[in-house]
Design a protein around this ligand. Sequence first.
Ligand code: PMP
Length: 412
Amino acid sequence: AFAKLPDAAGDEIFAVNHAFTIDPHPQKVSLALGVYRTNEGKPWPLPSVRKVEEKLFAENDINRHEYQAIEGDKVFLKLTRDLIFGFNGRTESLAEKQAKRRIASVQTVSGTGANHVGALFLAQHLKPKHVWISNPSWPNHQTIWSLVGVPRKTYPYFNSRTRSFDFCATIDILDSEAQEGDVIVLHACSHNPTGIDPTMEQWIAIADLCEKKGLFPFFDCAYQGFASGCLDEDAWAVRLFFNKQPRMEMCVAQSFSKNFGLYGQRVGAFHLVTNGDSAAVIDLVVQNLCHIIRGEYTMAPRGGSTIVRRILEEDALRKEWQRDLIEMSSRIKAMRRALLNELRILNTPGNWDHIINQSGMFSYTGLTLKQVLALKDRHHVYMVKSGRASISGLTESNVLRVARAIDDVVRT
Ligand code: PMP
């Protein structure tokens, strides 16, 4: 029955990571997987996370492994909603109360699960003719939307000549080809893989276009606070759309893998924003989301979400977490500068300024496939075929080696 299965090649990023793991070379470097590493090249359980883990262990709550509600931990959902939409948990104006009433939230199996639950819900209930995904994008967007059976189109995000966001081409294609009710997937900040985000003016124009054409914005937010170190700055685009008048329907898939370093814990949330404030509509949306969740995995895991909840609800821990975010984002920025500096000293042909102009975890280096393969074969430096480098794989002790390797493959 299975001999004629289609070829479903494994995920490239995890395949490259495997090749790196089994490479015995002592000075190998991985710039493939989007995970934070310290200057010693080690994983970093965040100090704020560790503190909560110790507290939870000491508390020894006998309910800690019980089932939770299908929609997830309600306190976690309120706190994560407030984090992305910018509500202050304490003082609540009337406008804020009304704004909160527009949002239906459920807990998900991290950002991937939020993207999937959201895509399935919209496929069933919005029935878009197409979903528009940036070219390039996180490859899983294509997989997720193909699994829910919505025809996919791309908008030309990246201009390789100028190494910048192709704003005009994006607006042109959406204006001429997108149809009312189509979904557009937008990266809230730190676009993966290019590291290039629209400017504020460009975001405003994209929001206006969504309104004019009746497009449904689907924000994927995997790097809040991790990109710039500032939670509000990284949520700017989401809040622009959310606060736009007249009100728009939209949604946000929220991941806590990177900003809490909880990759394997699978912590996430999905928020669907309605344009009214009817509690009955919100109830219906939550019910239907829960129907999907129940059929697929019953409920999201509670281990990691308890940690996130505790950090967000306690002032001192929240401040400590914000310091952790600054530590991670600053190290990545410093490594961008160090790599550019070494390439300049080596006089490597070409302009490499984009390394510091891009933001977040990745740099879209502009290296060709041939150069990426040569980096691996000749220098044991690993990155994905597109030339996307995960900057946190760089350390003070390997950055010169990586720069020399890039210099070599560019010259030959
Ligand atoms: N969206 C984007 C754009 C991402 O880069 C990632 C992480 N690589 C995710 C979603 C979700 O990852 P996770 O499922 O680990 O939260």
